[in-house]
Ligand binder design. Structure first.
Ligand SMILES: [Zn+2]
Length: 162
């Protein structure tokens, strides 16, 4: 069984035999090296998940030397901690997205979820809390600002808004 960290080789557009559009061609390499400050390597593109090393190798080929992997719920925050342990080009951010907080609360799971986020945030390669910004684009800011909930571990980390 494939888990979320199982690598899938990066495939060039049209090379997977499925007839899907695939990824666009890589851009020209950047003139200076950069870091991607907000990415979600656990989000699949179409049905395809690209392995962490393959995604970072493709980014490095065009001048992106590393990235901040951002968790937005418990599952993706757990993935983030596993990912930063797997590849030294990654740092991480963990959180519950404000849009998801009401659902955790409705299930009676918000306190436990925030406690787990706090524990994950204590990992030395987790350097920010995010995503935590209120979503005015999709839900007009009707989520809960979980970043406003104080905790010992999260109070010293910056926010990775998104
Ligand atoms: Zn994001």
């Amino acid at each position: 069984m494939r888990n979320s960290l199982t690598p899938v080789p990066f495939r060039a557009p049209g090379s997977d035999g499925t007839g899907r559009q695939g990824y666009p061609p890589a851009p020209e390499p950047l003139p200076v090296p950069v870091m991607d400050n907000h990415t979600h390597l656990d989000f699949p593109f179409d049905e395809l998940k690209v392995g962490i090393a393959d995604a970072l190798d493709a980014a490095a080929a065009v001048g992106v030397q590393g990235a901040v992997q951002v968790g937005c719920d418990l599952e993706s925050s757990r993935f983030t901690v596993q990912a930063v342990e797997q590849d030294p080009r990654l740092l991480g951010a963990v959180a519950l997205h404000p849009n998801d907080a009401p659902a955790y609360a409705a299930r009676g799971e918000l306190e436990d979820a925030l406690a787990e986020i706090e524990a994950l945030a204590a990992h030395p390669r987790i350097r920010a809390i995010g995503e935590t910004g209120l979503d005015f684009f999709r839900t007009e800011g009707k989520g809960w600002p979980t970043s406003a909930i104080p905790s010992a571990a999260t109070s010293t980390l910056p926010n990775a808004w998104g």
